[in-house]
Design a binder for this molecule. Structure first.
Ligand code: ATP
Ligand code: MG
Length: 178
């Protein structure tokens, strides 16, 4: 939490940076899943991983920062949505995403918990916003995650999933080129 607050101060004054390299995104994601699977199991939460059907390209990214994003989003899914007993992590290629002409790697973390009250949804990505959540935390996780994804020219979305629970979708561009 202290680390997150420090990150946040760095974001505020523009000292927060990413260090981009060629990255095996699936391996980073699997690392994060591996870190949490046992812990979640102890809490009665099944962590399901749906790998990509097609091989994913190497993409530009900061492995440490992106792992931080995955860990944060997984932490949220367990902390705020763990009552659903299951978390699904899906990764795939979103080729020509919504006709944009750009290819993205898409990571979707879905839980089966209560979801987010619709009136809170527009605010949850803001710093220090916790909504009606009674769970521990400072309300900063998603704000930091969004900034990291933004620094990758990507997009982070959080919404309610059809059939219940919340889903966080992260889109990371496959190439640096505009
Ligand atoms: N999977 C989820 N299901 C339901 N609500 C969620 C979920 N993820 C986030 N939220 C809501 O969004 C708020 C903001 O999330 P965020 O990660 O920024 O903060 P936090 O988890 O409360 O604290 P921190 O991440 O700093 O420990 C949460 O307090 C919660 O109300
Ligand atoms: Mg959080």
């Amino acid at each position: 939490m202290v680390e997150e607050l420090l990150d946040f101060t760095r974001i505020e004054d523009g000292r927060f940076t990413v260090s981009i390299e060629k990255l095996d995104i699936e391996a980073e994601l699997e690392d994060a899943i591996f870190s949490y699977r046992e812990l979640f199991k102890q809490k009665g939460i099944t962590l399901e991983h749906v790998p990509s059907e097609e091989p994913l390209p190497i993409i530009p990214g900061d492995p440490e920062r992106l792992k931080q994003v995955f860990l944060n989003v997984l932490d949220n899914a367990a902390k705020h949505g763990g009552s659903g007993g299951k978390i699904t992590v899906k990764i795939d290629l979103a080729a020509d995403h919504e006709g944009s002409g750009k290819d993205y790697v898409r990571i979707a973390v879905r839980d089966y918990g209560p979801g987010i009250p619709p009136d809170e949804l527009p605010h949850v990505k803001y710093k220090f916003y916790k909504g009606s959540s009674k769970a521990r935390g400072s309300g900063i996780g998603l704000a930091v995650c969004e900034e990291i994804v933004r620094l990758h020219s990507g997009v982070l979305n959080i919404e309610n999933a059809e059939g219940g629970g919340a889903v966080v979708t992260i889109l990371l561009p496959v190439s640096n080129n505009p």
